[in-house]
Write a protein that binds this ligand. Sequence first.
Ligand code: TXA
Ligand code: MG
Length: 341
Amino acid sequence: MKTNVWTIDQATEQNKKRLKEAAEALQQGELVAFPTETVYGLGADATQETAVREIFRAKGRPQDNPLIIHVASKAQLYEYVENVPAYVDTLIDVFTPGPLTFILKDKGLCAKGVTAGLETIAIRIPQHPVARELIDYTNRPLAAPSANISGKPSPTTAQFVEEDLAGRIYGIVDGGQTGIGLESTILDCTTETPTILRPGGVTGKMIEEATGLSVQEQKPMNEDSKAHPKAPGMKYRHYAPSVPLIIATGNLEETIKSEQATGKRVGVMARENSLQALDVQPAVTFSLGDTLADVANRMYYGLRYFNASNCDVIISEAFSEEGIGLAIMNRLKKAATSIQA
Ligand code: TXA
Ligand code: MG
């Protein structure tokens, strides 16, 4: 299968035509990747069983890992869920469209594959204009996991989607690089007070301030975990670069030196300031910018950047778990092969 690419640049008539073509393909049950404000999603019409099944095939995704559906408005969100607590209404008004996914009781209107047998469904209202227009033209909810092969870093550009999925999906809408760079916050709203199942740009503190409720944060899990995480995807290793990744929680320079001392070709991923301050010369470096927002935006890019670098190991600096830092460290730990103090 040749994968079509529809490039959306400026607001021209051409763009509209391209998005309409992509929407028609989705209506016909094809898979189309598209940009959201977080990462690229691999979209399918959430109401078509065979289309949804194709998502799992294309990504090599475990069958027990449910999908997020993307809708364009609050009214559309309410069509697919029931027993919605009042605080969700507030959260929708304050944080959407935006990077916040609600887990709510499913009304059963989507294809079965979407929820992977759960009684709840994950639903969000994305902010990216291309995603919003595509949902409007398709006029269906779009099921969309991150548009990577399962286990790889989520794609922040259309080129990274192509790297993983060219030949396996019908098309890609190229809307440039995504803004936030890490996936949405997932919030379990099936209980009286909400629980964060996956940290993201909308933090617990922000949710507490908006609702006046106290917010729980579910502890990270891994594949060996005996517990059943509420977000099934959280138990799998994720975001892994093809080169081993060490997180240096202690002194970055010392960690680099000790790896170099064993004859390894070392790649380093860190903020600009930290790279400037190094007295050792790594073989390859990738700058994560200056602020934590820059780090979120560039981190998945960095993890893929080293694939072609011939490094034996990547060392990443560790970050404060404040604000978006919690989401950054959550993803980095899942991508890492080891953490060294
Ligand atoms: O920002 C995002 O959320 C991106 C963009 C494309 O929207 N999507 C994304 O989807 O990250 P994915 O499939 O890579 O991650 C979805 C996560 C998985 O960990 C999955 O287990 C969890 O959401 N999930 C889906 N449905 C759920 C449900 N009903 N209950 C609990 N967790 C659920
Ligand atoms: Mg994913």
